[in-house]
Design a protein around this ligand. Structure first.
Ligand code: ZN
Length: 305
């Protein structure tokens, strides 16, 4: 099996993870969760989305969550932005990276941001320019890259042409999202491989949802193609508010556990990450999908083997 020596994980629990939570999580608790995640050595946090609070009420405190005095040390702060206004707010807050999401399917893009993909690309160009003028990294996200719940299969040629459009904007990376868990590992290996063949230097990030149980298998598919950066959420929480039957992201601590067991480094302290997952579980007041939180790490059961 082709495995990298090291993988970078980006924590998205405080954005993708909680965006559909009906009960507003107090800002102090979000800040405490960010600090717990940082203590585990996670290198980057997608901390919030600068979106209108009417659209996603849970993100109404984006400025406070990313305020300098509230920030956790040693972790980079990224934020999702839907449009120019969001990008301006995120840059004013001083985040380290801004990220947009364009859906590969027109139907989903319209449901998500009420505009055609061509207009989303036009706005992404503006956001990329604003970010780079401010010296901030800009990552172009492509949602429904492996399938759309409204349109079905998404043509790989379409994904490639959208990646080409983002590359032309000078993006600092491209994130392919399996928004509603339709990907399989063979497809992930093929599509990621296709992109890396064409753009060997392009940082490719993969974002999986475990909707149909293939999440961690898809991480293997991505690593087989040479991808070394993945997004995950503590406890395996998450789901898009505009997607039918959406379920959680791949679980960060389960991903870390699997990678470490295979000898792939992440730089993350699993025990500290489990503390963060427990804090998330306590915050949401219900059992979360993460498996290692329930079973305990293998090394705790058999420390000598
Ligand atoms: Zn997602």
């Amino acid at each position: 099996m082709r495995l990298p020596g090291r993988v970078k994980l980006i924590e998205v629990g405080l954005r993708d993870g909680i965006q559909s939570e009906p009960r507003f999580i107090p800002t102090e608790r979000k800040v405490a969760l960010a600090h717990a995640i940082a203590r585990a050595g996670v290198p980057m946090l997608e901390a919030t989305a600068f979106v209108h609070p009417r659209v996603v009420p849970q993100m109404a405190d984006a400025e406070a969550v990313t305020a300098r005095e509230n920030r956790a040390p040693g972790i980079a702060y990224a934020a999702l932005v839907p449009n120019r206004r969001g990008a301006e707010r995120a840059l004013a807050a001083g985040v380290d990276e801004i990220r947009c999401v364009i859906m590969c399917s027109e139907t989903f893009n319209h449901r998500n941001v009420q505009m055609p993909v061509s207009e989303s690309l036009r706005q992404a160009a503006e956001m990329a320019r604003l970010a780079h003028e401010a010296g901030v990294r800009f990552v172009g996200g492509l949602g429904t890259a492996f399938g759309c719940p409204f349109e079905g299969a998404v043509d790989e040629k379409r994904v490639r042409s959208l990646v080409a459009a983002l590359v032309a904007l000078g993006v600092d990376g491209v994130c392919l999202s399996d928004t509603t868990g339709m990907a399989n590992p063979a497809q992930v290996e093929r599509l990621a491989g296709l992109l890396l063949d064409q753009w060997p230097e392009l940082p490719v990030i993969l974002h999986f949802h475990n909707t149909r149980g293939a999440g961690l298998a898809n991480v293997l598919g991505g690593m087989a193609a040479g991808v070394t950066c993945f997004e995950a959420s503590v406890g395996g929480i998450g789901g898009c508010p505009f997607a039918p039957k959406a379920t959680g992201n791949i679980c960060t601590e389960d991903t870390v556990h699997m990678l470490h067991e295979m000898g792939v480094e992440t730089g993350i302290d699993l025990a500290a990450l489990l503390d963060a997952a427990r804090l998330m579980e306590e915050t949401l007041g219900r059992e979360l999908p993460g498996q290692v939180l329930k079973a305990g790490p293998r090394s705790r059961l058999f420390p000598a083997t």
